[in-house]
Design a protein around this ligand. Sequence first.
Ligand SMILES: *Cc1c(COP(=O)(O)O)cnc(C)c1O
Length: 354
Amino acid sequence: MKWEDNVRKVVPYVAGEQPKEKNVIKLNTNECPYPPAPGVNEVLVNMDCKEFRKYPDPDVTELREVLAHRYQVNPEQVFVGVGSDDVLSMAFLTYFNSDKPILFPDITYSFYDVWADLYRIPYEMQKLDENFCIVKEDYLKENGGIIIANPNAPTGLMTPVSVIEEIIQANQDVVVIVDEAYVDFGGESCLPLLKKYDNLLVVQTFSKSRSMAGMRIGFAIGNEKLISYLNDAKFSFNSYTMNMTAIAAGVASVKDDAYFTETVAKVIQTRERVKKELHELGFVFPDSKTNFIFAKHQTVSGQEIFDALRNEKIYVRHWNKPRIEDYLRISIGTDEEMDTMLGFLKSYLAQKQG
Ligand SMILES: *Cc1c(COP(=O)(O)O)cnc(C)c1O
């Protein structure tokens, strides 16, 4: 059809499956297996629906204030959005406006190239080394901006903050975004670097460590001037991105730090145990500092194990992409879920090798 010539075309991001059937073990989208803080349920149960006739606070002041307090920054340094996907997308639109390419790793969150395509931002992917590590020198050339997920997804690997700092320091004429979606699971945050660098934007989410993927809350912290540009773009796009329930639920979550710490510790404990058991079953993997393990079996192909798990209604994530086609990204579920998966893998692999 003729009008199609005028359509903005993009190949969309493919999210992990949300299976409709019951009784599945869902380890494919890095959700937290535990519920959100009890206070979240309380505010939602007591929500006064009469309030819904009004628009929500476009500045999301209350949530920005509790986040600012939690992370020891000014509220003017905090931006919140509908999941960090919303925050990151807005950040791409706002900060990546150069004719020079933005840089990010070849194996990373597969939304980055989609946003770049959508907004017509030129980009150049930089190859991770054979151990899936960032090659720092690749980020020291001319560019229009940088985005790095740290810890990285889907590899789970953490780049030392000292290396990230060298990259930020060498690129002070562009914005460097550090996507810290998984940092709470034992990683080290770049937030302390904000005191030194006004070109750094740190992005985090409530979807993983705060068990609230369904509420869609993400946030960014940066220099006040940097954040003000992000707000200008947001208020030119949609003033009311955050709805009243999400704001109230988000505030309740941030206020319960004890629950947050305890939940994250449980996930880490399960992860460390699963690492040992996967290793014994013949899997190899980069050392994860996230709520997932990116594992490859030494003899059986990724597709084969993926299909076998799937037959058992155990969902993990698999990409048919060069360099990672033999890897499975396995989210950390409850101990019971992980035991079911490990039990199945043990008998499946024994039978294959037997
Ligand atoms: C999950 C994830 C996000 C986005 O999560 P939201 O649910 O949109 O907050 C962003 N970056 C990475 C690397 C992720 O894994």
